[in-house]
Design a protein around this ligand. Structure first.
Ligand code: 5GP
Ligand code: SF4
Ligand code: MG
Length: 465
C-alpha cells in the first residue's frame, strides 16, 4: 500500500490526490482521502479503483476542504484478499474523547488476528476485516491524554510491519515500526510538511525531501514544526530489500540510494555472476528494465525492447483473481517480433513468484522465432511468503519453495535460468561485504526464510518457520 499526508497547505485534498497518484504502483484496488477543516470538520472519500478515476474531479475534491489531509492507496495483503471490500478501504477513522483521528497504514500486522480476538471479547465492534482497524480499537482503549500518546500505546501492542500516517484536527503523525520494514519520508512544501511512502510522491507536488522517518520513530507535525518521539525499544533496522528490487518506483530514493541505480547495479552483479553468450538483453517491462540495462552494460550485449508493454494495464500481480492474473500477461505484454526473430535472447525480470509470467513470456518469445531464451532474475528465488505487506501467495504456490533452480529451468522450458545471489543483491544495494549472516542488514525473509518478526498469527494457524 501507499500512504501520504500533508499539513499547512491550502486545499490539502489536491495535494493528497496527487501524492496518491504518484504512489499508485503501491496499490491499485482502492484509494481514500480524509481531510479536516475547522468549519466543515472531518470529511472523507473512499473509492474502488485508481486515484485518477476517482479523485481528479472537482465534485469529489470540493467535498474535502481543509489544510490538513491524509490518504491511502490499497492492495490487499490482509483481510479480504479476494478483492477489496468497501469497508476495508482506508484511511480508517476513530472518534475519541479528545477528538477524531484518521489512520492510514502500509504494511501488515503479524498479531492482528490475536489482537482482534481479544478486542472483540472485550467489547470492540469491528467494522472491517483489515488488520489496521486494531490500531483504532487499541487507541480507543488507551488512557493516553492526547491522540499521539494513545497512538504510541496502541503501536507498542501491535507486531509486524507498519508505516503509519495519521491525522487529528491539528496534527499530522507519521510512524515507522521498530525495524523500519516499510518506507516513509518527511518532506517540506512551502510552510507545510508532507509524509509519503516514497520520494516520488514529494516530487509530484514539488515538495523537498527533508529526511526519512527513522525506524522506530514517531513524528508529530503541527503548525509549529516537527517533534520526534521514540516509542519503541531500539533495535537494528531491517528494511524490506524487495522495495529496492521491485516494489518502489525507480525514481524514488530509499535510504539515500536511487532505486534506479540499485536496480541497474543488480543487473551488473547478475551479469558478473551469471554470464551467458547471447545476442540481445531484453527486459520484462517495466519491473525488469533497470536491471536489464545494467546487465547489458556489464556484458556488452546489446539492449533492446523485445517486449513492449501496454501502459494502460496495471501490475499483473496486483489483480487478485487467478483468472485475471493469467490473462493479464497477454493483455499487458507483447513481443516485438521484428527484433526477436533468430536471436539468442536474455530476458531480465525482477522476480519469479508462481512462474506463470515467465512461462507465458517464454512461449511468446519462442513463438516470435527466438533461437534461445535465457532468464536472468534480479532477486534470489522467492521461496517464502511475505507477512509484512507484500502479497506473495502461500508457500506451496511459490515455484522456488518446491523446486531447485534446475527444476525451475526445466519447468519453465528455457535454455538457462539464473537468479542473483543474496550476497550479490546486498552488494547491489550498497553493502560492499554482502549479507551479514549474524545480523542481516535487511529483511529478506521471502528469499532466506529468516523472518525478523515472528509471524505470530500464521504460526498459530500452523505455518512452519
Ligand atoms: P509470477 O508470474 O512468477 O507469479 O510473477 C512474477 C511477476 O510478478 C514478476 O514479473 C514481478 O514483476 C511480479 N511480482 C513482483 N513481486 C511480486 C509479488 O510479491 N507477488 C507476486 N505475485 N508477483 C510479484
Ligand atoms: Fe520485503 Fe520479502 Fe521481507 Fe516481505 S519478506 S518485507 S517482501 S524482504
Ligand atoms: Mg514484472
Amino acid at each position: 500500500c501507499g500512504v501520504f499526508g500533508v499539513i499547512g497547505v491550502t486545499d490539502a485534498a489536491n495535494f493528497v490526490a496527487l501524492g496518491l497518484h504518484a504512489l499508485q504502483h503501491r496499490g491499485q484496488e482502492a484509494a481514500g482521502i480524509v481531510t479536516h477543516d475547522p468549519e466543515a470538520g472531518f470529511n472523507s472519500a473512499r473509492r474502488m479503483g485508481y486515484v485518477r478515476d476517482n479523485f481528479t474531479s472537482h465534485e469529489v475534491i470540493r467535498t474535502l476542504p481543509g489544510t490538513i489531509g491524509i490518504g491511502h492507496v490499497r492492495y490487499s495483503t490482509s483481510g479480504n484478499k479476494g478483492g477489496t471490500a468497501m469497508r476495508d478501504v482506508q484511511p480508517f477513522f476513530g472518534e475519541f474523547s479528545m477528538g477524531g483521528a484518521a489512520v492510514a497504514h502500509n504494511g501488515n500486522l503479524t498479531n492482528a488476528a490475536q489482537l482482534r480476538k481479544e478486542l472483540i471479547e472485550r467489547g470492540s465492534i469491528f467494522q472491517s476485516s483489515s488488520d489496521t482497524e486494531c490500531i483504532i480499537h487499541l487507541m480507543a482503549r488507551s488512557m493516553g491524554r492526547t491522540i499521539p500518546d494513545r497512538m504510541e500505546e496502541a503501536l507498542r501492542k501491535v507486531e509486524g510491519a507498519f508505516s503509519v500516517v495519521a491525522m487529528t484536527r491539528t496534527k499530522l503523525i507519521g510512524v515507522r515500526d521498530p525495524l523500519g520494514v516499510r518506507p516513509l519520508v518527511l518532506g517540506r512544501l512551502g510552510d507545510g510538511y508532507v509524509l509519503a511512502s516514497e520520494t516520488c510522491a514529494l516530487d509530484i507536488i514539488g515538495a523537498e525531501l527533508m529526511r526519512e522517518v527513522e525506524p522506530g520513530e514517531m513524528v508529530v507535525v503541527t503548525g509549529e514544526g516537527v517533534e520526534s518521539h521514540r516509542p519503541f525499544r531500539p533495535r537494528p533496522s531491517r528494511f524490506c530489500i524487495f522495495e529496492h528490487v521491485y516494489f518502489s518506483r525507480p525514481d524514488s530514493i530509499l535510504g539515500g540510494k536511487s532505486v534506479y541505480e540499485t536496480r541497474r547495479q543488480i543487473g551488473v552483479e547478475l551479469a558478473k555472476e551469471a554470464p551467458v553468450e547471447a545476442d540481445l538483453v531484453c527486459p520484462v517491462p517495466d519491473s525488469g528494465t533497470p536491471a536489464a540495462i545494467g546487465y547489458a552494460a556489464e556484458s556488452g550485449i546489446p539492449y533492446g525492447m523485445g517486449i513492449v508493454r501496454n501502459q494502460y494495464m496495471g501490475r499483473t500481480f496486483i489483480e487478485p483473481s487467478e483468472q485475471i492474473r493469467n490473462m493479464g500477461v497477454r493483455l499487458k505484454l507483447n513481443v516485438n517480433r521484428a527484433l526477436i526473430r533468430g536471436k539468442r535472447v536474455i530476458l531480465v525480470d525482477d522476480s519469479v513468484v508462481r512462474g506463470t509470467t515467465s512461462r507465458k513470456i517464454k512461449e511468446m518469445i519462442l513463438d516470435a522465432g527466438a533461437a534461445e531464451v535465457h532468464f536472468r532474475i534480479a532477486s534470489p528465488p522467492t521461496a517464502w511468503p511475505c507477512f509484512y505487506g507484500v502479497d506473495t501467495p502461500e508457500r506451496d504456490k511459490l515455484l522456488a519453495s518446491h523446486m531447485s533452480e534446475e527444476e525451475m529451468c526445466a519447468h519453465l522450458g528455457v535454455d538457462s535460468l539464473r537468479f542473483i545471489s543474496l550476497d550479490g543483491l546486498y552488494r547491489a544495494v550498497g553493502e560492499a561485504r554482502g549479507r551479514d549472516p549474524e545480523r542481516p542488514q535487511y529483511c529478506d525473509a521471502c528469499f532466506s526464510g529468516e523472518y525478523p518478526i515472528v509471524p505470530a498469527d500464521m504460526v498459530e494457524r500452523g505455518f512452519q518457520l
